[in-house]
Design a protein around this ligand. Sequence first.
Ligand SMILES: [Ca+2]
Ligand SMILES: [Ca+2]
Length: 139
Amino acid sequence: MGVVIIDGSTVRSFVDDEAQFKKSVDEAFASLDLNNDGVLSRSELRRVFESLRLIETHFGVDVATPPEELTKLYDSIFDKFDCDQNGTVDKEEFRNEMKKIMLAIADGLGSNPIQMALEDDDKNFLKQAADLEASKISG
Ligand SMILES: [Ca+2]
Ligand SMILES: [Ca+2]
């Protein structure tokens, strides 16, 4: 358990580092593709957001949101990811939309850093962004 400080530029430089971002997203994709069929289904994608905790922090949804409301929300998120609307999210769709989301978070953070408490083994993208920045500072 640690606390990381994240601001818009931290997130932005993470996304801008294409090789690193692709690696992180591909790793996340692989771990989420539970049945290893190369695409994410609705329920698989839902786990992304449950694990990232983006819903609570960035979509302005109360934690006490009724399950049916949450399902609607996750459905609308899925539709955003599923660009070609074929009912599954492939790697490219996942990466493109994650990039948009991360940049939207970066815009939202601006130059007002936030503190995030994270588990050490957290795969949270925001922690990875912070780690990347830390590694650059320390050389
Ligand atoms: Ca799958
Ligand atoms: Ca698709």
